[in-house]
Design a protein around this ligand. Structure first.
Ligand SMILES: *Cc1c(COP(=O)(O)O)cnc(C)c1O
Length: 475
């Protein structure tokens, strides 16, 4: 299986390069040149498989034969072995045709574990096979940081520096990062904003001196392997609720368009999905696009759903590529417009095509709290605020009521205790397997928002220097 860039400048790339590079050299994102479609009979043959078996069957279709099947099976076993529910992605019924898929039973109780646990083990395998080392530098506003740290801790081939804006992540999120004691991980609390952290990461990714020591990359949500891992749970839910003999809908609380795009890939591979429904908060750039055909960035506003406080949905570029019949030149033009003016617009024809694939809703903070309360009163289930946005999209979209509809539960409610307390009067408790983060000793290094200081810190860091002495050929 070979990959090409969404901006038309790079093609026939193998999976190793896709896995190990932050993006394609022309600035685009990698997509497979061909994706297989599964027949009705092939889908039926997948029924009854447990999550790990299903992942081991599906992932070779998404990654190609570059990685042997038995290796994928082993990686899946390790990645999802760290989950705290036997079903991995259990389904709960909330109403007649309404289901909740709980994607928060991984080590950091948010759905990002699905992608990052898989990616972590895959990176380790690939680096080991190629006898290479990687320095990974990440910036996080919350969930990605802890999921990456859990996934990469104790890897012999990876040195991870994770930057977070000091005082601007929640207590639970910070502790999930800083209480992990692993020699290859350093937490840096930066006196600045998330955007400052991200700018420092971008500057270091291209730093010559660091790149001489091995492979320098970022953990970002545009890696194809992350999308691939997320495709699996759409099939899992679908096969458990009657596909391929019936159609289903999914509702996805959306930020960077990674999760819902994985649903779109599942549909492209033959899973009979009727509608993919996008939920956004007041940062509604995607919802406005589906209303107007204009993608227009505004300032990020804080909301009760911080993991969706985003104004650039990076993975949407992959959908654009498809909407333009894989014409990379057109995508490049729009992305250049967006970079220059924070705006691009598509034709009526393209918008109609997009609307046939997705519905989009926006939900206010006030309504988000009300939904948590209503669902708790009606069912006893406690939703996290992101998931509540998804549920609200179903409540307002009556069209979905005759089709089984699955809302993706993207985080455990105890990750957002203040908001949940506002809704139901009591803060939700952390699962007992996270007790260690409450009492654990925190380790983070405070640092000024200054790229020179960070650069000096990394190049003088013992872990980095060790990696340099063991250095093999940079990729
Ligand atoms: C990251 C995240 C989202 C948004 O997912 P995207 O793939 O960026 O669209 C939604 N909810 C939670 C809890 C998250 O952590």
């Amino acid at each position: 299986m070979l990959f090409e860039s969404t901006r038309g400048g790079v093609s026939d790339v193998n999976f190793d390069e896709v896995l190990l590079s932050a993006m394609a050299k022309d600035g685009g994102l990698y997509v497979p040149q061909n994706l297989p479609t599964l027949s009705c009979e092939e889908l039926q043959a997948l029924k009854g498989k447990n999550y790990k078996e299903l992942a081991s069957e599906l992932l070779p279709h998404l990654l190609g034969d570059h990685i042997p099947k038995h290796v994928i099976q082993e990686i899946v076993e390790n990645a999802y072995g760290s989950f705290h529910h036997n079903a991995i992605a259990p389904l709960k019924q909330l109403d007649n045709n309404l289901w909740l898929m709980e994607l928060f039973h991984g080590p950091t109780i948010a759905f990002k574990d699905f992608a990052l646990q898989f990616l972590g083990h895959l990176l380790d395998y690939t680096l080991h096979r190629e006898d290479k080392k990687a320095i990974i530098i990440g910036a996080t506003s919350g969930d990605t940081g802890s999921a990456a740290i859990e996934a990469l801790k104790d890897s012999e081939n990876i040195r991870l520096y994770m930057l977070h804006p000091k005082g601007r992540v929640s207590d639970v999120q910070r502790k999930q990062m800083t209480t992990v004691q692993a020699d290859n991980i350093t937490n840096l609390a930066i006196n600045g904003s998330f955007d400052d952290c991200q700018a420092m990461v971008k500057a270091l990714i291209n730093d010559k001196e660091l790149n001489e020591s091995g492979y320098v990359t970022a953990v970002n949500s545009i890696n194809w392997a992350r999308i691939a891992a997320q495709v699996v749970y759409y099939f899992y839910a679908g096969l458990n609720l009657g596909t391929p003999e019936t159609k289903i809908n999914f509702v996805v609380p959306t930020g960077n368009f990674g999760n819902v795009y994985a649903g779109h890939i599942a549909r492209s591979m033959g899973l009979p999905i009727n509608k993919l429904i996008i939920g956004s908060n007041r940062n509604d750039i995607l919802t406005r696009f589906f209303e107007t055909g204009k993608m227009e960035a505004r300032n990020v506003k804080l909301s009760l759903t911080p993991s969706m406080d985003i104004q650039i949905s990076s993975n949407f570029e992959r959908l654009l590529f498809e909407l333009f019949d894989r014409d990379g030149e057109q995508v490049k033009r729009l992305m250049n417009d967006f970079k220059r003016n924070g705006l691009y617009e598509v034709s009526e024809e393209i918008l109609t095509k997009a609307k046939s694939l997705f519905d989009a809703y926006r939900v206010s903070d006030e309504r988000t709290v009300e939904v948590i309360q209503e669902i708790f009163d009606q069912t006893g289930e406690i939703l996290d605020p992101h998931t509540a946005i998804g549920v609200e999209a179903v409540i307002t979209n009556k069209k979905t009521s005759s089709t089984p509809t699955i809302v993706l539960g993207t985080a455990h409610p105890s990750k957002f205790p203040e908001t949940v307390k506002k809704a139901i009067g009591c803060p939700p408790v952390l699962p007992i397997y996270l007790d260690h983060i409450v009492a654990g000793e925190e380790k983070a290094i405070e640092m000024e928002n200054d790229i020179e200081i960070l650069h000096k810190f990394i190049t003088e860091d013992q872990g980095y220097r060790q990696l340099r002495t063991n250095k093999t050929t940079p990729i």
